[in-house]
Design a protein around this ligand. Sequence first.
Ligand code: PHE
Length: 517
Amino acid sequence: MTISLTPDTITILQAMQANDEIPARTLASKLEMDYIMVMAGVNELKEHGLGDFTEEEIVEYQLTEEGQDYAKNLLPESRLFKFIVQNEMRQVSLNELRDKAEKELSLKDKMFFISVNHMRKAMWVSQTNIDGIPTLVVLKQEFEEKEEQALLELINDSGVINKEDIPGNLQEYIEVLKKRTLITEKKYTRRLLKLTREGKAIKEKDISSVKEVTRLTREHIKTGDWRNVSFKAYDVGKPGPAIAPGRINPLVEIINKVREIFYSMGFMEIRGPIVESAFFNFDALFQPQDHPAREMHDTFYLEKPGSARLPGKKYVKRVSEVHENGGNTGSTGWGYTWDKKVAQQTVLRTHTTATTVRQLGKAIQQGVPLPLKVFSVDRVYRNEKVDRSHLAEFMQVEGIIIGDNVNLGDLRGTLVEFYKKMGFDRIITRPGFFPYTEPSMEISVYSEELESWMEIGGSGIFRPEVCEPWGIKEPTRVLAWGQGLERIAMLRLKRKDIRDLYKNPLSWLRRAPYPKL
Ligand code: PHE
C-alpha cells in the first residue's frame, strides 16, 4: 500500500528520517522552508501516523550591551570596590572618591552613584556624615567577586543560554540581572519533531507524491494543470477553529435580562442619585439616627457636598414626627429628638431602597394612577472589606408596587414570577426583619449547582411610618423587595469569587456560558 503525501511533506519526512528528534525551527532553516510549512507537513505526517511533535516551553537569556561590558570588565560596583581595596582606603569622602573614580576608572557621575548604591547593598561600605561631609566607611578589607558576575560570564560564554542550563546556585541571580537590565529574557514554545516507528520505516517506494490543492485556480485551468492535481479532502468531522467573537459582558447580559423581566411584568425603570442624603437613605426608611447601619464602618459619608437638600418642609416635618413620636401612624416612633443636620449628611447610597422610596412622594403629589410599579438596577456602596463574597461597590435590583389593597400574597406571587423568569424555579420566603417593612420576608432560591438554598434578598410591605409622611394611607400599600445583583450573577454564571465579575478575566469571558436565561 502506498501513502500519498504532498511533495513538501515528503521532503520533510526524508529529512526527519536522518534525525532522531529535531526542533521544528532547526528543520525549517535546514530545508530553507517556512516554519509554518514545516508544521503543516508534520501535521500531514501525523494524520498518517508517521510523525508527531512535542511542545516545550523554553526560557532563554542573553546579555544586553551593558551586560556584555560588565561580563568583560566586571560590574561597576566591583571595579570601584576593587579600586578601594587596592588603594587601601578605610574611609573616603564621597567627593574625593568620585573624582578618583572618574579619573582612574572613567566611572561617570550616574554610574558612580549607582555603583556606590550597589556597594552599600552588598554591605561592602556604609555611608555616614563626618563633620557634615558624606563619607564612605569601608566594611570589608578584601575584594571578592559577586555571584552575579559568574552568571554574567556564563551567559557571555554561551551567547544564549537556556534557563535549564543555568546551575542551581546561580538561578537566584537571574532576577537580579534582569532588574538591572543586564540580561533579556525570551520565552517561546519549542516544537520537537519525531517520527513514529512507521515513519522511520517507510520506504520511498511506499510513498507517492501528490499535488494537493484546496481549490482550483485560474492558473490550473489555463495550464491544464488541473489534470494533475488532487483535491485535499474535506474532513467534516474536524472541529473548526475556536472563535471568540465580540460579545456583551455576561454581567451586562444579566442586567439586561433583569430589565427585560421587569418590563414584561409592567414595571418602569427609575434611577436615583448615587450621592444621596441620609434622609432618603435612612430617615425616610424609619431607621433611627443612631441606627448602627449608619455608622462610618458601613456607610461612606462624604465631605463634599457637605449637606444635602431635603424635600419640602411638610415632608421633613412628618418624617421627623414619625421618628419622635410616631406622628399620625398610630406608632410610638423611636422616642428621641430628631436632628435635621444628621438627615442632611451626604452618603454614597448604601441601598437602592433610597431610590425607590423617593417614588412614594411622587405617587401622591403627582397623582400617578395606581398601581405604580417601578424598579431600579443600580450601584450602591458599602464600606466592606473586599473578599470572594463581598465588594465595596456593587449593584442592587429592587422593585416596589404601590397599589390599593395589595397584600403579602401579591408580593409573594410577584417574587415567584420574577425569580422564575430569572431562572430559579424554587424559591422560599421566610420571616425576616428590616426597619422599614412589616411584615418582612427573606427570600431564598434553590441552586441546582450548589444543591442548597441560598438566601439572596429581602422584601416586605413598607411600614406606615414609611408611607404616611408621603400621604400614602390604607388601603394603599407599598410592596417592596431588593437584593444584590452579583449574587444572581454568581449563581447563573457559576463564579465562586464575586471579584471575577469585575476583573473580567478574558479566558473566562471567552468561555463564559451565555446564561441560559
Ligand atoms: N434594602 C434591603 C437591602 O439592602 C433590601 C430590601 C428592599 C428589603 C426592600 C426589604 C424591602 O438588603
